[in-house]
Each structure stands twice: as structure tokens, then as C-alpha cells.
Design a protein around this ligand. Structure first.
Ligand code: FE2
Length: 366
């Protein structure tokens, strides 16, 4: 017989169809055969292997409940066999058979997932008890693993559902507020679609700056909602063609505060609300409403500031034709370091260059 050979279950004792299957692995013929014979008489379905490699071959070919395994064998030792066997079948129960002086090794193997060990010479009654105990322990462990797996799956499913609900709620809220913005913009042909355009450009810049996808999404949302506070501005001021007096300027500036107040209760777009609150701050601290400066201004606020100004220039107004994008970029350049974050301005240049042809196919820009 080769070292990898497996002796089939003997027919000398009939075994029940659902009898536990045991693989006895020992290089000593006598021990292997005696153990197998005894276990068969106790109703187990037994196969044997005379080496570690033979055991792995048997495990690959068929399912066992338990493996009785000698510690010391030529070739693959019992201790080396344990992880490989559990790798082949994580549900396999393993009991080590060791000589007295191998006991520490067998104990060590317990840490790797071995259920029990027996020291040679093995008393057959002890063997039977150990096999029963190990099979019982294995059943408990399998059940524990099954429950843990079920809990993990349940938690993962529930988390996914919650994420979906959260994202649905978020989209619903944003859509409701956006409807308000669209309704306001629809009243003025020069404002129509403005927030949607700012949102797309702002998201492209956020993406270009390699911000994380959820921040990019919040920048897009903030773009769609950034001027919702205009709802609180008197129409005569909002549509005044000439220059505004100081009281009117203060009133228009108040749209940021009003917008933040409208959006504040929407906890699930908290970060986007911060971006909205920062969209008129200046890089040099000269903006409003809080005169924040530099990186104290949220990245979303800095992006919106530059997109808002760029879109205003390239859009047609009652009193002037749209400014070509290259000229608009040149005009904004004068405010880099004053109104705009230099990095964000460079990102705008890159994005506009990349999507130039797409930005201007909208007839409203023509
Ligand atoms: Fe604004």
C-alpha cells in the first residue's frame, strides 16, 4: 500500500446509513487497524489513512465527521496535518493520538482547533468516550458557527436595508427642496436651471480634487440647494436691475442664513448644509455671513463659490450677453487668493477645459 492509500470501510460490521464517519490516521498498521475495527464494532463508519498526505486525499474525496490522528508520522506530521485538514473541511472534528512525550505538542494542537487528544497506549473505552465527546463538541461548534453566520448575515442585510432607506430619504428630501429652488428659478428666465448647472460643475470639481464619493455627493446636493434661501428675499430686491443700496445688499446676503435655517432640520444632509452656509465666504476672510477664511471654509463652500461665480458669468443676463468661458476663467483669476481657493480655481480650469464642448451645448448659454 502507498503512503497515500486509504483503506475502505470494512464490511465485517454493518454500519447505519447515517453513522458518523471517522477517518483514522496512523502510520502504525496495528494501531490503525485495531482502532478502525473497534470503532466499526461501535457502529461508526470508518476509513483509514496511513499518512498525512493520505488523510488529505481522503478528506478531499469524501466528507468525514471526525479524524483521529497520530501526532508523530513520517512525512506530514499530525500537527502539520491539522491546519490543512481544517482548511479542507472547517467542520471536521479532530482528536489527536499522541505518545506520552508528545503530549505538549498535542496540547498545542488544541489551540489550532483540535477538540481533544488521547495518549497512547489507548484504552478502547476511553477512545469511545473521547469520540462521543468530540462528536458532541463538534455538533455544538457547528451550531454556534451557524448561528454566528446567521447573525452576521442578518446584521449585514439590516444594515443594507437601513442604508437604502437612508439614501431614499435623503434623495426624497433633496428633491422636495429642489422643487422649491426650481420653482423660484423658473420665474426668472436668466436663473432657470442655474442650481442644477452649479451642482454638476461643483460635483465634477470635487471629483477632480479626488474627494471621497460621499463628499462629492454632498457637494452636488449643496449645489442643488445652495440658493434656497432666496425664497426669503423680496422679489423687488431680487430682480432689481440697477445697483442695490446697503440695506438691499444686507437683505440679499441674508439668503445664506435663511437657506441654512430651512435646511438645518435635515440631519441626514448635515455636511451639505455646512457647504451651503459657506458658499459666499471668501478665501481672504472678506466674505459673508461668518467671514471665515482659508481652509476654515469647508471644501464644499469653496467649490460652490467658484462654480457660482463662473456660472453667473457664462450665463446670459438681462443686461449683458454671456461671457465666453475662457474670458470668464480669466476674470475669475483676478480673484484667486482673494475670493477663491487657488487649488479649487485650478480644478475649475481643468474641468472646464475637459468638458468645454459639453458645457456650452445648452441653448440657454447661447
Ligand atoms: Fe448664493
Amino acid at each position: 500500500m502507498t503512503s497515500a492509500a486509504v483503506e475502505p470501510a470494512s464490511n465485517e460490521t454493518a454500519t447505519a446509513k447515517d453513522a458518523p464517519r471517522i477517518l483514522v490516521v496512523d502510520d502504525e498498521d496495528t494501531i490503525r487497524l485495531v482502532l478502525a475495527k473497534y470503532l466499526r464494532t461501535r457502529g461508526f463508519d470508518v476509513a483509514t489513512a496511513e499518512s498525512g498526505d493520505g488523510a488529505l486525499e481522503a478528506l478531499a474525496g469524501s466528507k468525514f465527521d471526525l479524524m483521529l490522528c497520530d501526532v508523530r508520522m513520517p512525512g506530514l506530521s499530525g500537527v502539520e496535518l491539522v491546519p490543512a485538514a481544517l482548511d479542507a473541511d472547517p467542520d471536521l472534528g479532530i482528536v489527536m493520538l499522541s505518545a506520552v512525550n508528545d503530549a505538549p505538542t498535542a496540547t498545542e494542537a488544541m489551540a489550532q482547533g483540535v477538540l481533544d487528544y488521547l495518549t497512547k497506549p489507548i484504552e478502547l473505552q476511553h477512545l469511545h468516550d473521547a469520540v462521543r465527546r468530540a462528536l458532541h463538541k463538534r455538533t455544538l461548534l457547528r451550531e454556534q458557527r451557524r448561528v454566528e453566520r446567521a447573525i452576521r448575515e442578518e446584521v449585514a442585510d439590516r444594515t443594507k436595508e437601513l442604508e437604502q432607506e437612508k439614501s431614499y430619504l435623503r434623495e426624497l428630501t433633496v428633491s422636495v427642496v429642489e422643487t422649491l429652488v426650481n420653482a423660484m428659478e423658473a420665474k426668472d428666465m436668466y436663473q432657470r436651471g442655474r442650481s442644477a448647472r452649479v451642482a454638476e460643475l461643483a460635483a465634477s470639481i470635487a471629483d477632480y480634487l479626488r474627494l471621497s464619493p460621499d463628499v462629492v455627493e454632498d457637494v452636488r446636493i449643496a449645489g442643488r440647494l445652495h440658493d434656497v434661501g432666496n425664497i426669503g428675499i423680496r422679489e423687488d430686491v431680487l430682480n432689481k436691475p440697477g445697483a442695490l443700496n446697503p440695506e438691499e445688499i444686507a437683505h440679499v446676503r441674508d439668503h445664506v442664513r435663511v437657506g441654512v435655517e430651512i435646511l438645518m432640520p435635515l440631519r441626514h444632509i448635515e455636511r451639505a448644509v455646512v457647504f451651503v452656509g459657506d458658499h459666499h465666504e471668501y478665501w481672504n476672510g472678506g466674505g459673508y455671513p461668518r467671514t471665515k477664511a482659508g481652509e476654515d471654509i469647508s471644501i464644499g463652500g469653496r467649490i460652490l463659490a467658484v462654480c457660482d461665480a463662473f456660472d453667473a458669468l457664462i450665463s446670459r443676463r438681462a443686461f449683458r450677453a454671456p461671457v465666453p468661458p475662457e474670458e470668464a476663467l480669466e476674470e475669475l483669476r483676478r480673484n484667486v487668493g482673494v475670493q477663491f481657493d487657488p487649488n479649487v480655481y485650478e480644478a475649475l480650469r481643468a474641468v472646464v477645459k475637459r468638458r468645454k464642448t459639453l458645457v456650452f451645448i445648452d441653448p440657454r448659454h447661447a
